[in-house]
Design a protein around this ligand. Sequence first.
Ligand code: SF4
Length: 177
Amino acid sequence: MTTTTAASRLCLACGMCCNGVLFRDVELQPGDDADALKKLGLPVRSVRRGDGVIAKAPQPCAALCEDNRCRIYEDRPTRCRQFECLLLTAVVSGEVEADAAMKTIRQARLRADKVLRLLRQSGDADEHRPLSQRFNRTRRRFEGGGFDDDAVEAFADLTLAVHSLNLLLSAKFYSGD
Ligand code: SF4
């Protein structure tokens, strides 16, 4: 299967490399035009790294549509053009059947949805932040103590759900940091 054919089926059912589940942001590369991307609606911001400054667009991405299409596909940043997850690569190489990959995507989306639901239940409804940031913030809040038994139980469920999601993501989608 070609990358284009596989991507048109899998990526439109997934969206997790753009919606804040896999990544916190998209780091711009040399050649990316930050001003042009800002004009297209990406809230690019500059952050210090070591002695230099880098530009990033936060996730969930402002260009991601409801149907998982990229609103600025033709003009998307370099990293977005380059990234192919492990699952897509495995389908393109013939190592994994497309139907099996779709099943894995459904499973991951269900796990991500569970994490999102438990985050809301644990008091974090900030849907515009990446999932890992929301979980870390919630964890720090709970480490401060002062919660009743129901809240602590919801947080325990959330911790397990995040672990279960991360196991699947690192095994099937992206093994990087
Ligand atoms: S610019 Fe497009 S491809 Fe890149 S993260 Fe945003 S929605 Fe995804």
